[in-house]
Design a protein around this ligand. Sequence first.
Ligand SMILES: [Zn+2]
Length: 457
Amino acid sequence: MFSGDPPATPLLGDFLAAEHGSVLDAMADWVRIPSIGAQPVHHRDVAVSAEWCAERMAAAGLEHVDVLSTRGHPAVYGDWLHADGALTALVYGHHDVQPVDPVDEWHSPPFEPTVRSGRMFGRGASDDKGQVLCHLEAIRGLLGGQGPGALPVNVKVLVEGEEETGSPHFESLLDAERERLACDVVVVSDSSMWAADVPSISTGMRGLVAFDITLRTAGRDLHSGVFGGAVPNAAHWAARLVAALHDGAGRVTLPGFYDDVRPLTAADRADMATLPLDEAAWAAAASVTCLEGEAGHSLLERLWARPTCDVTGLHSGYGGAGFKTIIPGSAGAKVTFRLVPDQSPAAVATAFEAWAPAQVPAGVHLEIHREAAIGPALTPTGHPAVAALARAISRVWGREPLFTRSGGSGPEEALGRRLAAPVLHLGVGLNADRIHAPDEGVDLDQVGRGVLAALPC
Ligand SMILES: [Zn+2]
């Protein structure tokens, strides 16, 4: 994959032309398995999905295929290690998917994959089963019947089962399987491109820390006539607490929050400037009618290179029909921070856990649970593997890829750190894929190009 200049891909092109139907069938079969990691009712399905993946790996010609159990959902591993002297690439993806709510907003049922207008719709079609299949099918094309029976590099494939639930056991898995997973480069297949006609390589992901906060002002809800005016109201204090997270310029008020943020280089800014961004269209695609954010930074800087804080849930009191005359005795808030290099999740978490209690008076009790901590990741763009990936993309898409980043977070930082290897992204998702939302789908042309770019032949 990364050795020298890859020639054209007639072989995988022929494979794809002949096997197009079976690639689609495989995708549909996998998407049909409702492997929602977050919901206990679907835990068995995540295991079924892992078994399906293992079978597909074996069918592709991978060896040492193994379902790796964790304390949570299983991952799947397979390898092909006969390219003597060539480097070893570890392909990473995941087979668990997000919940499907609100299910009545889907135009076709989330686990009944349907092809419309060149897209396959279904939960997981883009994130991440379709993207993982690009690699598995390329491997099948090269190792299977008509293929040369060999790959140009040594390949290890690791498909996680807990990405959508924050990869809680992934680091211990990486640690336990250190030797089996050793590699020269990691290729992550769980990201998106700028547009189908503007291929791009993501070179960074933000980190994340998340908190679940419970705030109590009384042992129970109280009658607002009998007690109103004389007791603290949990809803009011929760609102004050979350309102205090930002100042008027959109900056996070947590002390020291920006101290370790690595400034953008001139090259970073130049890369961002080459991207064809239409802010109005971007806003429309996000279904918003105005944009906001940290003052003094462009839209792309805010998304990719600046840390953020968002309240992702806020609940207190009565939310049903009509009204109820109570003073809520408790409130809950979900708060997440997205982090950028060189912020430390642990340092931000510690700062937040000290800051929040200081925002409320004695008598307002806070319980703060840390839910997730993921470090930010950056690809070393000068690495020769990045140049090789760019050549493979140019060859297949017919255009030099641009460099982007992703505002999201995943286990990429842990992969790079634990395996001591550069982390590259070969993702074929598009913004239009509506991942995590109703009507998730994947562009089938992108999947085909992903197969061609996965391994040069
Ligand atoms: Zn994903």
